[in-house]
Design a protein around this ligand. Structure first.
Ligand code: GLN
Length: 525
């Protein structure tokens, strides 16, 4: 997207340089919470290659020791930007290392809360945060003041809890303001961004819609066309709606019905996207094709691969059938990539090893000679949801639980057949319907039913039957990295269980999954 203005050129931006801390992305998150745009890049970023000028720079924490031989270091050109700099933990140690090397191993590791003691009344960074609880997580410490720095805050264990350059707005703090355990950490970050860096607080989804529509139009130009796959989930729907707002029917959405979608999903998506949102959508029923390829396959990874490959194949075939207006051509492929995926691929720990097979559109780009367009790549999930609401997408869709690419194929354990999918789908729809009826849907992060191909005995209408088991799963999480199971009350479980065994043929027993992640995962396969 070189010819197109970057978001970081359109909004005042704080650059967060990531030294590998598990909290780095939270710095960006917090700044955006008070409407300041922030972007995170690896600590190895060359400032001359940035392409935009930050209003301020934050150096994150990190697992390394600045004095170690292979420790990462910041490009010194960052100091020539003449903008305020804030070093957090490792970031502070890095500032100290550059200015006199007074960093070493502390006698003991400090992990947990401390009370901040601010020594000056008038420093802009520490306004309103004196005496608050701050969160520490470090083993190294400053053994002395960096050259030309003075100390402005202490804690019981850290005589250099906050330092500042004598003449420049360069700060170091030993604690982590980005974690919520630092009670006034957000105030400190706001002091840095708004008071010291003078960033405008204009990062709102309203402003983003306008600038993004313009950016899409500039990129696509007056005639080219764009295709994209939709899944019925929030990301692809929001991205499609944005494309439609920008270029109308020159955007072509395709929903591939792979035979393992939820009950009536294709029909419902069509209704919502076409009738409700005016999106130019084509629904392709390829369920027989997918199911025939899945025949006899029981290995979960194999199932994922088959679905991923078949998807690419079907999508390419259908895209070729779309005939743009005279002389025009399809030049772009829309993808609903979000910022956490971008962070994952650029984070200092190196590119992630696990690529979700279904989401890997690499093959499509090569085969179809398409350029990728990713209008959501700067956004966090909650920003996408907010954007969706502003674009007029229903609350129900915007807050929909995530659904895996391979869909019900990985919720039917063992072989996937049409009959098995029908059982899992029916049970799932009853379960979700009851969750909605009881007002629980928005309290749960993800819920679904799984079909276990275990024959278990039951007695139905005086007959002994040997039928299968439905396992219900519902989890609560903020980030899907860890999660806990949802504590339904017994009456609810009783109701769902009784409805499923009574209404779904082929089910003799219902169980509820009470395992957290880790050690289990959210999905069963
Ligand atoms: N690795 C450094 C230390 O142990 C910095 C830790 C951090 O940034 N959280 O002190």
């Amino acid at each position: 997207m070189v010819s197109v203005e970057q978001v970081s050129n359109m909004f005042d931006t704080i650059l967060v340089l990531d030294f590998g801390s598990q909290y780095s992305h939270l710095i960006t998150r917090r700044l955006r919470e008070f409407n300041v745009y922030a972007e995170m890049l690896p600590c190895t970023q060359k400032i001359s290659e940035l392409g935009w000028t930050p209003k301020g720079v934050i150096l994150s924490g990190g697992p390394y020791s600045v004095y170690a031989e292979d420790a990462p270091h910041v490009d010194h050109a960052v100091f020539d930007l003449n903008v305020p700099i804030l070093g957090i933990c490792y970031g502070m140690q890095e500032l100290a290392w550059i200015n006199g090397k007074q960093v070493g191993r502390g006698e003991k590791r400090e992990y947990g809360p401390a009370t901040l003691n601010v020594l000056t009344k008038d420093d802009p960074l520490f306004q309103g945060v004196d005496n608050s609880r701050v969160w520490m997580s470090h083993g190294d410490k400053l053994h002395g003041l960096p050259t030309n720095f003075k100390v402005i805050a202490t804690s019981d264990n850290s005589p250099y809890c906050g330092v500042v350059h004598e003449t420049k707005p360069i700060y170091g703090i030993q604690f982590h303001p980005e974690v919520t355990h630092s009670t006034l950490g957000k105030v400190l970050l706001k002091n840095f961004a708004v008071n010291l860096c003078k960033t405008k607080q204009n990062w709102t989804m309203e402003n983003f819609i306008d600038s993004e529509i313009q950016r899409i139009r500039d990129l696509v130009g007056p005639t080219a066309e764009v295709i994209g796959a939709v899944s019925g989930g929030v990301d692809s729907t929001v991205a499609s709606k944005l494309m439609t707002e920008a270029i109308g029917d020159r955007f072509h959405a395709i929903l591939v019905d792979n035979g393992v979608l939820r009950l009536d999903e294709a029909k419902n998506v069509k209704k919502t996207l076409v009738d409700g949102l005016g999106i130019n959508l084509k629904v392709v029923d390829a369920s027989e094709e997918f199911l025939s390829k899945l025949k006899g396959v029981t290995d979960p990874e194999q199932k994922r691969k088959i679905i991923g490959h078949t998807f690419i194949h079907v999508f390419e075939r259908e895209a070729a059938l779309i005939k743009p207006k005279d002389g025009q051509e399809i030049k772009f492929l829309l993808q609903g990539t979000l910022y956490p995926d971008v962070i994952e691929s650029i984070s200092f720990k190196g590119p992630s090893q696990t690529i979700k097979t279904h989401h890997n559109v690499g093959g499509l780009l090569d085969d179809m000679k398409l350029q990728l367009i990713e209008p959501l790549r700067e956004l966090f999930k909650d920003e996408v949801r907010h954007l969706g609401e502003l674009l007029g997408i229903s609350h129900e869709l915007v807050w929909r639980h995530p659904f895996p690419g391979p869909g019900i194929a990985i919720r039917v354990l063992g072989e996937v057949t049409k009959e098995q999918v029908a059982i899992a789908r029916h049970a799932d729809s009853i379960y979700i319907e009851e969750i909605r009826k009881h007002g629980l849907y928005d309290k749960i992060s993800q819920a679904f039913a799984c079909l276990l191909p275990v024959k278990t005995v039951g007695v139905q209408g005086d007959n002994r039957v040997y039928d299968q088991v439905i396992a219900l799963r519902a989890i609560e999480t903020t980030d899907f990295m860890t999660c806990d199971w949802f504590p339904f009350d017994h009456a609810f479980l009783k109701k769902v269980s009784s409805r499923i065994v009574n209404e779904v043929d082929g089910v003799a027993r219902v169980v509820y999954d009470i395992t957290s992640k880790p050690p289990a995962t959210v999905e069963w396969e």
